[in-house]
Write a protein that binds this ligand. Structure first.
Ligand code: C5P
Length: 304
C-alpha cells in the first residue's frame, strides 16, 4: 500500500467546564465534545521523490486562509514521531492535507489532522495498533486528539484527553461562523486565568448537557449549552458577542463560542432553520457554514 486517505471531523464543546490551572500548567476540564460534519482529509503516503519524508502538501476549501500554517501543521509530523517511538521502528511518511476545518478556530482542526495521520500511518504500515494504545498515543500529541479518534458525542475529563462516549438521542444542526483571524488557545486560557483568579479546582460538571442530550430535544440542549471560555474569548474579541446577538435575533435557539473560539456556533431546530439562519447571517458575515452532529471520528475512506 502506498497511500491511505483518512477523514477526521471538527469538534465542538457542548459543555466546557474549566477549573483552576493544575501543577503541569493545563486546566482540569469537564467537557462534552461533539464531532460535527466539517472534515479535514489527510492522505498518509509512503515518501517518494516528489513528496519526501515529512513533507506536507496543503490544499484547502475556499473559506480557509492557509497562510498561518506556513509549510504545514507540525502536529502531523509530531503524530508520526510518537507512533514511531511507540512501535520502536522508523515510519517514513509524507502527507497531503485537504483542509475544511477553520484554523485556530476552537474546533480542533490540528487535532483532527493528527488523529487522521495516526490512523493513516497505522494502516499504511499495517501496524494494527490497539485502540487503547492509539488513545494513549493521541493523548501525548494533544488534549483534543483522543476525541478526534473516538468521534460521536463524548465526555472528556482530565485535560480533555480522557474520553468516554455518552448517550446522544439527537441529530443536531449547527450554523458555524468562523472568524477571518484565529485565536490562540493558550492565550484564551491565560485570559480565563486573569478573569478568574479564584476559579475552583473542580470544573463545573456536565450534568445538564448530558441530560439534555438524552432527550434529543433541541430546545433542551439550547438551554443547557455552556462554555467557561466564552467570556474570555468575547473579552478578547468583543465582535463575537455582537455576532451571537445577531444570530439570536435571527431565530437561533442559542449561540455560543466554540471551545476557545473565535468560531461561533448557533444551534437550530433542523436543516430548514439552518438554511434560513445562514441566509440572514451571510448578509453580514463572509463565511457561514452548516454542520450536523454527531458524526464518526477519524476513519479510513480510501482504500476501503
Ligand atoms: O493539549 P494541547 O496541546 O491541545 O493544548 C494547547 C494549550 O492549551 C496548552 O499548552 C495549554 O496552554 C492550553 N490548555 C490548557 N488546559 C487544557 C487544554 C489545553 O490550559 N485542558
Amino acid at each position: 500500500m502506498t497511500a491511505v486517505t483518512v477523514r477526521a471531523p471538527a469538534k465542538i464543546n457542548l459543555h466546557l467546564g474549566v477549573g483552576a490551572t493544575r501543577e503541569d500548567g493545563f486546566h482540569p476540564l469537564d467537557t462534552v465534545y461533539q464531532a460535527v460534519s466539517l472534515y479535514d482529509d489527510v492522505v498518509a503516503m509512503r515518501p517518494r521523490r516528489t513528496a519526501p519524508e515529512g513533507s506536507i502538501e496543503l490544499n484547502a476549501a475556499d473559506h480557509i486562509d492557509l497562510a498561518p500554517l506556513d509549510g504545514g501543521p507540525n502536529i502531523i509530523n509530531a503524530a508520526v514521531e510518537v507512533l514511531a517511538r511507540h512501535h520502536e521502528r522508523p515510519l517514513p511518511a509524507s502527507a497531503r492535507l485537504f483542509k475544511a476545518i477553520p484554523l485556530a478556530g476552537g474546533m480542533a482542526g490540528g487535532s483532527a489532522d493528527a488523529a487522521a495521520m495516526l490512523v493513516g500511518v497505522d494502516r499504511l504500515y499495517d501496524l494494527k495498533t490497539s485502540d487503547a494504545d492509539m488513545l494513549a498515543i493521541a493523548a501525548e500529541i494533544g488534549s483534543d486528539v483522543p476525541f478526534a479518534l473516538v468521534g460521536g458525542t463524548a465526555r472528556g475529563v482530565g485535560r480533555g484527553e480522557l474520553v468516554t462516549p455518552v448517550a446522544d438521542g439527537g441529530s443536531w444542526w449547527w450554523v458555524v461562523v468562523p472568524s477571518r483571524t484565529g485565536l490562540s488557545t493558550p492565550e484564551v486560557y491565560r485570559h480565563f486565568d486573569r478573569l478568574h483568579p479564584d476559579a475552583a479546582t473542580t470544573p463545573r460538571p456536565a450534568d445538564e448537557v448530558l441530560a439534555a442530550l438524552a432527550t434529543g430535544e433541541p430546545l433542551r440542549l439550547a438551554r443547557a449549552l455552556h462554555n467557561d471560555l466564552e467570556e474570555a474569548a468575547i473579552d478578547l474579541r468583543p465582535e463575537l458577542g455582537t455576532l451571537i446577538e445577531r444570530g439570536l435575533a435571527a431565530g437561533a435557539l442559542r449561540g455560543l463560542v466554540s471551545g476557545s473560539g473565535p468560531t461561533v456556533l448557533f444551534l437550530v431546530d433542523d436543516l430548514d432553520a439552518a438554511n434560513e439562519l445562514t441566509g440572514e447571517l451571510r448578509s453580514v458575515e463572509d463565511v457561514v457554514l452548516i454542520a450536523h452532529g454527531p458524526v464518526a471520528g477519524a476513519h479510513v475512506v480510501l482504500p476501503l
